[in-house]
Design a protein around this ligand. Sequence first.
Ligand SMILES: CC(C)(COP(=O)(O)OP(=O)(O)OC[C@H]1O[C@@H](n2cnc3c(N)ncnc32)[C@H](O)[C@@H]1OP(=O)(O)O)[C@@H](O)C(=O)NCCC(=O)NCCS
Length: 175
Amino acid sequence: MDLPAGGNASLEADASFDAALRVRQATMADLAIVVELRLALLREHSQNPIYRRLRPDAPARASRLFAAQLRCASEVIFLAEHDGATVGILRCVASAGLPLLFPARHGYISSVYVVPAARRHGVLRALFADAIGWCRERGLREARLHNAVENETANSVWEALGFQVVEHLRVCHLR
Ligand SMILES: CC(C)(COP(=O)(O)OP(=O)(O)OC[C@H]1O[C@@H](n2cnc3c(N)ncnc32)[C@H](O)[C@@H]1OP(=O)(O)O)[C@@H](O)C(=O)NCCC(=O)NCCS
């Protein structure tokens, strides 16, 4: 993977990165990389009260779970590739809303991860653009997601992409 330098990447370097970036829908043949990227995402959240509790058999569970997700017609996993290497992932599920409220369905985004060497080059923007297209094709006019509260990067990213905070998830450990 030939990536332009991080913070000082020139516009020219970014343009050449964009030209080599491709987003596509994952298939069952991509199961191994899907497992790898989604476990890497969990490992980056080792300080979070929920996500730090990774099970020892998580890789085996992940294979079964993500294979089922790849077979499911109401969801999609997008992969971003740069020069033949997979550099990012995003999952989107056509989800039911609360029965008494509009809209009936929305696109739920999860499992968003870009490999460290490819960050700040628009990989998430590219993945998100395809996810929006996928939602629009299904008549979904709203996207939702959760992010870890202490994840300052995620907080900035989702603000930048137009998401506002509308709820807090609270956890109480019972004795
Ligand atoms: C969050 C993450 C997916 C962003 O991916 P990325 O490809 O680097 O994001 P992009 O380059 O497309 O950035 C999109 C916008 O988000 C904002 N942004 C991205 N990274 C940022 C950072 N570190 N700090 C502040 N804002 C940031 C910027 O506004 C950026 O637009 P700009 O570059 O035009 O200014 C990536 O940092 C990552 O994988 N982090 C670890 C996993 C994680 O936290 N996942 C989120 C779970 S909800």
